[in-house]
Design a binder for this molecule. Structure first.
Ligand SMILES: NCc1[nH]cc(CCC(=O)O)c1CC(=O)O
Length: 313
């Protein structure tokens, strides 16, 4: 998925500035090579996917690096680095993938009873529980295409303690990820943002570079999408104010109509029993203010306790 995203960046850069000759350098992170552990032992998604690549940019070995914005920690500064471009947003929603023989109706009618959904995101687990209250949720991971293959083969998911769970009957994954790895035909249902509020930054690819590399910053500006940038700023402000960590059970999603932005965010209890939600509209050109207002409302409603309870030690 990351490679497809990087090729997309290279294509856009070459189209915007024909004098550029973009070289792609592949990285295999701990997050890619270890498909068993939960993400947390590596410092969460942020630690697993981001730290090693960032170090190469800081050291000047790379001009720039890409991340899925939703995997970038939202509660820490990155001295020396800046997001030089946010690409136009891919579909931001989550999608349901089912094993052969199972339908969405089966899941709905049974309220999920007797079925197992695989996901490693607390946010997806919580929303899935709200939609299908009796479903069994299991920890399931791997690259997007690997996950679908495991589903189809009825494979169990190995756990860090040596045990197994599964097999899964269904997966919930980002639509954009499924599109990037060519599995879009396996999507049985697109969850609306009302059914399953997306993660902050979901569907946005961010390109990061050194703050003082003005030359590359100028090039990245050419492929920056101002609308995605506004959503990025609003949604990530929610993470910042709530001091959300990499495994925080949080969602934040904004849409822009004309000059108005609407931002919805939520903080969820792991079992899905408790949803703290807030939604506001404001001027689209003041995204951080809106993010701040929504986050403060979530704090007023008790969000901090949930976030601290789930903070990794
Ligand atoms: N954590 C892995 C990851 N990071 C970004 C995406 C999807 C693409 C995106 O949302 O930008 C995925 C896969 C998934 O969540 O199913």
């Amino acid at each position: 998925m990351a490679l497809a995203q990087t090729e997309d960046i290279a294509r856009r850069l070459s189209a915007a500035a024909s004098e550029l000759d973009v070289e792609i350098v592949k990285f295999e992170t701990v997050g890619d090579s270890d498909q068993i552990s939960k993400l947390l032992p590596h410092g969460g998604k942020g630690g697993a996917f981001v730290a090693e690549i960032r170090a190469a940019v800081t050291a000047g070995k790379l001009e720039a690096c890409m991340h899925s914005l939703k995997d970038m920690p939202g509660n820490e500064d990155t001295p020396g680095l800046i997001i030089g471009a946010t690409l136009s947003r891919d579909p931001p929603t989550d999608a349901l993938v089912l094993r052969k023989g199972l339908t969405l109706e089966d899941l709905q009618k049974s309220r999920g009873k007797g079925y197992t959904i695989g996901t490693n995101a607390v946010r997806r687990a919580a929303y899935a529980k709200r939609l299908f209250p009796e479903v069994n949720i299991i920890h399931f991971r791997g690259a997007a295409d690997t996950r679908v293959r495991k589903l189809d083969n009825g494979e169990k998911q190995r756990l860090p303690d040596g045990g197994h769970v599964g097999p899964a009957d269904a997966l919930i994954m980002a639509r954009s990820g499924l599109e990037r790895v060519g599995f879009v035909d396996r999507i049985v249902h697109d969850f609306t943002p009302q059914e399953m509020l997306p993660s902050a930054g979901q569907g946005i690819v961010a390109v990061e570079c050194a703050v003082n590399n003005w030359q590359i910053r100028k090039y990245l500006e050419l492929i920056d999408d101002p609308v995605a940038r506004l959503s990025c700023d609003a949604e990530r402000e929610v993470l910042w104010v709530l001091n959300g960590h990499c495994n925080s059970p949080m969602a934040a999603f904004s849409t822009i109509k004309g000059s108005e932005m609407t931002l919805s965010a939520s903080v969820l209890d792991e079992e899905g029993g408790l949803f703290i939600e807030a939604s506001r509209s404001g001027p689209a050109n003041r995204p951080r203010e809106l993010g701040r207002a929504v986050a403060l409302e979530l704090l007023d409603k008790g969000a901090a306790a949930i976030i601290e309870r789930t903070r990794p030690d």
